[in-house]
Design a protein around this ligand. Structure first.
Ligand code: XMP
Length: 507
């Protein structure tokens, strides 16, 4: 595997993605807890950073445990750090260099630059520049503005590059990463979904005792479903899936998803706890209080159901890699915008050991593994759906009547997206029930009914998003259908806010 040392760059995860696209396994570790070299580690990549190496407070770990022993590639900050530690000089760039540049000098003999072409585009993003290289460092690439765009350390397989090969704007970045990972580090390209499935199934069989029972909370989403299939392949019916209906799912989703799981041969129990959730939510309108109430009821229901499984030793979770990467905070602590994701408190209370078969995977890799395991398209490509479900799409307090109303409007929107072939083009979509009424006219009657907002976004990871530019005729059709078919709604609006500054959900 390749080890990536993270110095806090926004691009660090992209480095990992690029390496894994080469079918090579890699892990990101914060520079503050850099692991010792083991036989498994075939090479090290040092990431970029928002810091300046000239700042005495900036990350400056001892890299001697790697240098000269395995190939090392410093990217941006990583390259400047290696140059400075070697006795070179890094100064503020006279022109700040952000954006595209072209390689005007290339050393064709360099293993890192093999097959790259002169004039190819690279992506720069740095305020400092390497003004003098240490003795024994050779320049292997340059641009008109940056003399030292890449260097090689004589007698070692140590390289530094000032540009970012991991971003797609660097047109030959992938080739450069391939040169480093496959040729220079000598990694085999055998990290494939099939290989992952085989080795994970074996690992699960070795970890979970022969009589141990495993409990898994299923949500109908990709992650928990793929985790279930892997466990099912490893231990069969000793996996006990629990799928809780919180009364806030989409229309027919509880029945449909349960059906799909049964078709896959999974040992899954459905628990309809809708009334308990509604009771817990009664009278609450504050988004955070609603989230907490839903989380609390979920723990109660799940705990109660789990107690019914004799010999339960393990709690499986669909945690994926972005959830476990310890982010390096070099510029102050992150701020919580919403108390999202992952119901806390489950494991401690239940006294079960945790097993997380997807811990090493990015979301798109989870999909590839799901595909290899035969997960049906409707689950594999399902839009993300928040844990509190429609509970945070009904603004204000929640009643079963409002849920039923929203489910009908939401089904018209989502089915419409599918019928028009638009579903796979948007990242997430849903309908928000607003806590206001508006005047309308239907036939000769004055109406005074509710308003819904349609929300559809394009995104890569949900962190940033743009509103989906859906065709007008589609929006017109959905609006007509909702107003005509769902009694109680007389107005439909479309949300055209991007994230940031808005968020995807309205609460
Ligand atoms: P926002 O609204 O923050 O949402 O732009 C980003 C993504 O997170 C989902 N989301 C949640 N998921 N529990 C969840 O499991 C929550 O409380 C929650 N709130 C938002 C949202 O649907 C989107 O995919």
């Amino acid at each position: 595997q390749i080890l990536i040392l993270d110095f806090g760059s926004q691009y660090t995860q992209l480095i990992a993605r690029r390496i894994r696209e080469l079918n090579v396994y890699c892990e990101i570790h914060p520079y503050t807890s850099a692991p010792d070299l083991t036989e498994d580690i075939r090479g090290v990549v040092l990431s970029g950073s928002p810091c300046s190496v000239r700042d005495p407070e900036a990350p400056n770990p001892d890299l001697s445990r790697y240098l000269g022993r395995v190939p090392v590639l410093g990217v941006c900050y990583g390259a400047q750090l290696l140059a400075q530690q070697g006795g070179g000089e890094v100064l503020p760039a006279t022109i700040r260099e952000y954006g595209r540049a072209r390689l005007t000098h290339l050393d064709p003999a360099s293993a890192l630059m093999r097959e790259l072409t002169l004039d190819s585009q690279v992506w720069m993003s740095h305020g400092d520049t390497i003004s003098r290289l240490p003795a024994g460092y050779d320049i292997i690439a340059g641009t008109p503005e940056v003399a030292v765009a890449a260097y090689h350390v004589q007698g070692q397989q140590t390289y530094g590059i000032q540009f970012h090969p991991e971003v797609t704007h660097s047109s030959e970045g992938k080739l450069l990463m391939r040169n480093f990972v496959l040729d220079i580090c000598g990694c085999a390209a055998d990290w494939t979904p099939e290989h992952f499935v085989d080795s994970m199934v074996l690992a699960l069989q070795n970890t979970i005792g022969p009589n141990d029972q495993v409990i898994l909370g299923l949500s109908g989403g990709v992650d928990s479903s793929v985790a279930a299939l892997l466990l099912h392949r490893a231990i069969g019916p000793r996996l006990h899936g629990i799928f809780v209906n919180n009364g806030l799912l989409r229309q027919d989703e509880y029945e449909d998803v349960l059906h799909s799981y049964k078709d896959l041969g999974l040992n899954v129990r459905g628990v309809d706890a809708s009334q308990e959730f509604y009771a817990g939510l009664a009278g609450l309108s504050d988004p955070e209080l609603k989230r907490k109430a839903i989380g609390r009821t979920f723990i109660e229901v799940f705990d109660r159901e789990a107690q019914k499984v004799d010999g339960a030793r393990w709690l499986a979770q669909g945690t994926i890699y972005p959830d476990v990467i310890e982010s390096v905070s070099v510029k102050g602590p992150a701020v919580t915008i919403k108390s999202h994701h992952n119901v806390g408190g489950l494991p401690d209370k239940m006294n079960l050991k945790i097993v997380e078969p997807l811990r090493a995977l990015f979301k798109d890799e989870v999909r590839l593994v799901g595909d290899a395991l035969g997960l049906p398209h409707n689950i594999l490509h399902r839009h993300p759906f928040p844990g509190p479900g429609l509970g945070i799409r009904i603004l204000g307090d929640i009643t079963p009547q409002k849920v039923a109303l929203l489910q009908r409007a939401d089904a018209i929107f989502i089915n419409g997206l599918k019928d028009y072939g638009l579903y796979d083009q948007v990242w997430q979509a849903g309908v928000m029930l607003l806590p206001i009424q508006s005047v309308g006219v239907m036939g000769d009657e004055r109406t005074y009914e509710q308003v819904v907002a349609l929300r559809a976004v394009t995104s890569v990871d949900g962190m940033t998003a743009d509103w989906a530019h859906l065709p007008y005729d589609f929006l017109a059709d959905v609006s007509n259908k909702i107003i005509n078919q769902v009694r109680g709604i007389n107005r439909v609006v479309y949300d055209i806010s991007s994230k940031p500054p808005a968020t995807i959900e309205w609460e």
